[in-house]
Structures are given as structure tokens and as C-alpha cells.
Design a protein around this ligand. Structure first.
Ligand SMILES: [Fe+2]
Length: 329
């Protein structure tokens, strides 16, 4: 993945739009952070989008992707890889959270991640079946709502609305490396609380915990644990949403109890035993899929329910995860 580093001139020439939503975003994130994110989005749109967008549709058609497509298509694994991509399993995890009050014991957070809706619009109807009757207290959506949307005009807002309607409980989200910032605006119109380096107290001031979230640390480098966590007025453990697990050191520095991430798709196309065919995830291999621990931080990297580049999964099943918090020592 290419890092987008704006020059001082590019940064200076980036205009933050004047609108009530952007004015509010500047208050929430700070002017420099918003301008830098928009500047990176512009670089992505101008310099990188032509590599991805083709007249025959929105698809990543770069050579390594086409090569891998050909290999899988011509192998005996093709049907299985395609079926795996569409099958979504429900996983349950229990976490012992130090400092969690008895009142919040058993609180359930549903995590869904990496939808990439424009790559796979059929995901919404598959999710509808999987989510029906599932019990939880809040939904945590950990980014990559879209796949190759470089400007807001190409965002399929009705499809996003259909997705969000599948989660009837209170909803929180963070943006991923595929999400331009105006995805947050559309999510908020649907009633999602998007955590743009922010935190919310869940429960009462006496017995609640903090649900925090940082903006994408991967492509847009827009995350700030300091900003997300500095405003807390009450004590209580912190559950952090961060699209990519690569910020595990920040999580440890800020005494996060549990960090929930996505981004990796569990490798999406892996060799047996979940060995990814490439590792460009900027985190230890143990953090690419499932539960991990680092310097007192418990972490979970979800494989996600969607995928990108190719409609296949091998040895990295798609998932929805229900996390139950338990009082811990
Ligand atoms: Fe993703």
C-alpha cells in the first residue's frame, strides 16, 4: 500500500469545505487533521484512482491481482474459494476486562467489519440472513464500508443505508483505509455514531466503560489516541475501535483494555493454517486474525464479513463477531 504524504504546498492548497458538517468535524478532529486527511484523499483520487478504475467497471485490475485471479480460477479450489467468500460465520468471544463494573458484566458488542459494498453489493442480503435474531447491545462497525470510492459522487448511499438498517441497536463506527471522510457524514445521517478520534461513555458515569475510536491509521494516517482519550471525564476501562491493528503500541501506551480491529480480512487468501500469501499489514503475524495480546492490551482482529480485490477466501473465513465483556481482575 502506498503511503500518501502531501507536500507542504499540497497541504496548503487543500480547502476544507464550508458546511455545517465539516465545521463540526473541524471541532471534533482539529483543523489540521481534517485538512491533512482531505489532502491525502485528493492525492489518492488524482494519483492512484486511475490504477484502479477501469471503463468496464470499478475493479482492481492490476497485474498481480489478475495473476492471482487466473491461478485460483484454474485451480480445483475455485468453487470452494468462491463459496467461502459468501459464507459468513458467527463467532463469540469473551473478554475479561479489568475495572469493568458488575453492572456492565455480560455487555455484548457486535463487531462487523470490511464491507467493501461497491465490490460486493450482494453482501447486504447475505448479512440480513446472518444477523437475523442475533442478540447484542451495541454494534461496532470497524471500517471499509466502501472499496473504490474516491469521491462522494460515486458513493452508493442507498446501499449504505440498507446495510446500516440491518443493525437495529445503537451503532458506532470508525472509518477504514478505503473510506473517504464523507462516508462518516452519510453514516451519521443513518444514525451511526462515528468515532473520529473520540470516545463515548457506555453506561452510567459511576459504572460505565469508554468506547473509543480512531480515524484510519493505515492510508490516511488520521488517527489520534490522544484526542480520542484525553477528554474522558469519568474513570472506566477503554474499548478501542481502530480499523487496522497496526496501532497496537499506541493501544498499550494508552492502557486500552480491548482493541477491536479489522482491515486484514484475516489474509483473505491464505495458505493452510491461515498463512497469508503476503504480509503488508504492519503488525505481527499473530495480529492478522483473531485474538492477540500485547503489553497488557487484549486485541481482536476480525476477518471481516466482506472482502476486496478478488471474490475469494481461502483459510480465512468471513465472520461477524459478538464480544462479551466480563468483569476481570
Ligand atoms: Fe478491508
Amino acid at each position: 500500500m502506498i503511503q500518501l504524504n502531501p507536500t507542504p504546498e499540497e497541504l496548503e492548497s487543500t480547502v476544507v469545505p464550508k458546511s455545517p458538517w465539516f465545521d463540526q468535524l473541524v471541532e471534533r478532529m482539529g483543523f489540521e487533521a481534517v485538512r491533512e486527511r482531505l489532502s491525502r484523499e485528493e492525492i489518492l483520487r488524482v494519483r492512484m484512482a486511475p490504477d484502479f478504475l477501469h471503463p468496464d467497471g470499478m475493479a482492481d485490475r492490476r497485474l498481480p491481482v489478475r495473476g492471482l485471479d487466473l491461478i485460483i480460477k484454474s485451480s480445483l479450489l475455485a468453487n470452494r474459494a468462491r463459496r467461502n467468500f459468501e459464507d459468513i460465520r458467527i463467532l463469540e468471544r469473551k473478554w475479561s476486562i479489568p475495572g469493568l463494573s458488575p453492572e456492565m458484566d455480560g455487555y455484548r458488542l457486535l463487531q462487523a467489519s470490511d464491507f467493501h459494498l461497491d465490490f460486493d453489493p450482494g453482501l447486504v442480503s447475505r448479512l440480513e440472513k446472518v444477523l437475523r435474531g442475533l442478540e447484542y447491545d451495541v454494534a461496532c462497525l470497524t471500517g471499509d464500508f466502501f472499496d473504490l470510492v474516491f469521491e462522494e459522487e460515486s458513493m452508493d448511499v442507498p446501499l449504505l443505508e440498507e446495510l446500516i438498517a440491518l443493525f437495529p441497536k445503537p451503532k458506532f463506527a470508525v472509518l477504514g483505509n478505503h473510506d473517504i471522510v464523507t462516508v462518516a457524514r452519510e453514516l451519521e445521517k443513518c444514525g451511526v455514531r462515528v468515532l473520529m478520534n473520540e470516545s463515548e461513555l457506555i453506561g452510567t458515569p459511576e459504572s460505565g466503560f469508554w468506547l473509543a475510536g480512531v480515524d484510519d491509521p493505515r492510508q490516511f494516517r488520521a488517527h489520534s489516541f490522544e484526542r480520542a482519550l484525553m477528554g474522558r471525564e469519568e474513570p472506566g476501562p477503554v474499548v478501542m475501535l481502530a480499523h487496522s491493528p497496526e496501532v497496537y503500541e499506541d493501544a498499550a501506551d494508552w492502557d486500552v483494555s480491548l482493541m477491536m480491529s479489522g482491515h486484514t480480512h484475516g489474509g483473505q487468501i491464505c495458505l493452510p493454517w491461515g498463512l497469508p500469501i503476503s504480509n503488508h499489514f504492519k503488525c505481527p503475524r499473530a495480529m492478522i486474525s483473531g485474538a492477540w495480546e500485547h503489553r497488557g492490551v487484549q486485541g481482536y482482529t476480525a476477518n471481516g464479513c466482506g472482502g476486496c480485490k478478488l471474490p475469494y477466501r481461502l483459510n480465512a473465513p468471513a465472520e461477524i463477531t459478538v464480544h462479551t465483556l466480563r468483569c476481570g481482575r
